[in-house]
Design a protein around this ligand. Structure first.
Ligand SMILES: [Cu+2]
Length: 526
């Protein structure tokens, strides 16, 4: 393909539209990666504002700011927007930018489909956000959209269902593209077991997405027909079963957790070796551990449903299957620590976020084990303990890894070094405010404070005040991140091709900023 286009890059530029048309019509993996990343940042800010709306209400006991149903809309839309608008598209942005460069390809396999995958997202986001303004407001059924509540609500629910359908289509197209690119477009000599770990984790994540996004689409389609076409899938009066919804939803929902964390593992697995100046310890075991986590993720879904009234055999199966996932995850954490062991480490911002990830993500992993134990889970189900657990996994896990990756690759993306002082400030403030917000929620949960309720008993007041102050601090801190990125795009110290001494993947052989087409002649990998 590249041999046919013998002309040089400069000539190429004449064909490209500029301004808004460049972005609407682009088929370039870097442009599309940039679109994904800015889109997800906008959603991150939107979802963050909703979170601050929640924390403002919970600052003190009593009803201050919102009606209870609007409070439910805030928690629901915060979850939906962060999961589907912020975290997932951010990782697809990384996939677009990095996978072609890391495997020595010129671009993604299906360039036009890549464009469509991205441009489906803004309409979906518009549907979600605009659902606040329809009669009855946005859906308040929780991000899981549990029946029967989700069967009863107003048209905000229909907009959410449509948005989920569109985002699912986008994810599936993105996944097909990623799998095809990785399997067919690797540079000569790059066998599967020589691929950078970020590429491996995304390959496995893409298969997970293809497996479970249709299941989610099925679940919300059944909701839609229950709502408008007189089916009774989830209506007991018509012979249906609301618990069926939970089974179908969580068959998607648990693998979804790994969709949001496996690419984070991939980023951390690139960053830690680079700053420890040692190759990744146990590469093959990392690949197998990733695959094991992905496979196990399909047989644990009912750990979200221990209180629905299942037989003891079911409880035991789902408890032990869930605990089994700690084994491959432990292998990963061991390998990251062993990579740092006796390395000559330095702690630039990407490494700070990766080491921070190790500490706080492991905390979230351990509280996950606590939740997996059926008798304990029955006590803490629907309390703030669960809220603390999954924010340790999704914020300190996924989000911190996204920050690590952004700082790591910004020099390659922009051609400039970012402001290290501001980056470090961003890390330390994020770390402090994150723990201030979420650590205290463990205590609130253990003491019995229920989630998704706008008011609480006065004995919970002190910890809630701490959490709310932490949340506003965390939100403001992210403006530092925005400032660093904007400053880095506009200028700064010129970045060398390989700013990180210990980095050894293919993208660092390209100049910084990386050329518009990554590798027109594939590199030879030995
Ligand atoms: Cu789960």
């Amino acid at each position: 393909m590249d041999a046919v286009h013998g002309h040089d890059h400069a000539h190429d530029d004449h064909h490209h539209p500029s301004g808004i048309m460049r972005w609407l019509t682009t088929t370039n993996h870097k442009d599309i990666g940039t679109l994904y990343l800015w889109f997800s940042f906008a959603m991150f800010i939107t979802g963050g504002m909703l979170a601050l709306g929640i924390r403002a209400e919970l600052f003190q006991p009593g009803m201050q700011l919102w009606r209870p149903d609007f409070f439910n809309q805030l928690t629901t839309m915060h979850g939906l927007i962060m999961v589907f608008g912020a975290i997932m598209p951010a990782f697809v942005g990384f996939a677009n930018w990095q996978i072609p460069m890391m495997i020595g390809a010129a671009d993604m396999a299906f360039a036009r489909m890549n464009n469509v995958s991205f441009w489906l997202l803004p309409p979906a986001a518009a549907l979600l956000v605009s659902s606040f303004f329809v009669p009855g407001g946005a859906t308040g059924a929780g991000w899981t959209l549990y029946a029967p509540l989700s069967v009863q609500q107003g048209m905000g629910m229909d907009l959410a269902i449509f948005a989920v359908h569109i985002m699912g289509a986008s994810s599936i197209m993105g996944s097909i593209n990623i799998i095809t690119t990785i399997l067919n477009m690797r540079a000569p000599g790059m066998t599967l077991m020589k691929m950078p770990l970020f590429v491996w984790t995304w390959l496995i994540t893409a298969y997970l997405l293809i497996a479970v996004m249709p299941v989610l689409a099925g679940a919300v389609t059944m909701l839609l027909t229950d709502r408008h076409f007189d089916t009774h899938f989830f209506n007991a009066a018509g012979g249906g079963d609301p618990v069926l919804y939970q089974h179908v939803f969580w068959f998607f929902g648990h693998p979804e957790v790994y969709i949001m964390i496996l690419p984070a593992f991939g980023i951390v697995s690139q960053v830690i070796p680079a700053f420890a100046r040692k190759p990744l310890f146990g590469y093959a075991s990392m690949v197998y551990a990733t695959a094991s986590i992905a496979i196990l993720s399909f047989i644990v879904w009912a750990h979200h449903m221990f209180v629905v009234g299942m037989p003891a055999a079911g409880q035991l199966f789902f408890m032990y299957a869930t605990m089994l996932i700690a084994v491959p995850t432990g292998v990963k954490v061991f390998n990251w620590v062993a990579t740092m062991w006796k390395g000559s480490m330095t702690f630039e911002t990407p490494m700070l976020f990766s080491v921070g990830f190790l500490f706080v993500f492991s905390m979230g992993g351990f509280t996950g084990l606590v939740c997996a134990i059926t008798p304990i889970d029955i006590q803490i189900q629907d309390t703030y303990y669960v809220v603390a657990h999954f924010h340790y996994v999704l914020v300190a896990g996924s989000l911190f890894a996204l920050f690590a990756g952004t700082y790591f690759w910004l020099p390659k993306w922009t051609g400039h070094m970012y402001d290290e002082r501001l980056g470090k400030l961003h890390f330390w403030l994020s770390m402090i405010f994150f723990n201030m917000t979420f650590f205290v929620m463990h205590f609130l949960g253990l003491a019995g404070m229920p989630r998704r309720i706008p008011d609480y008993a006065t004995q919970f007041a002190d910890f809630n005040m701490i959490a709310s102050i932490g949340a506003f601090g965390f939100g403001l801190t992210q403006l530092i991140f925005l400032a660093v990125v904007v400053k880095c795009i506009r200028g700064g110290e010129k970045a060398p091709a390989k700013p990180w001494e210990g980095a050894d993947t293919l993208e660092w052989t390209l100049p910084s900023p990386a050329p518009y087409h990554s590798f027109e002649t594939p590199p030879i990998v030995k």
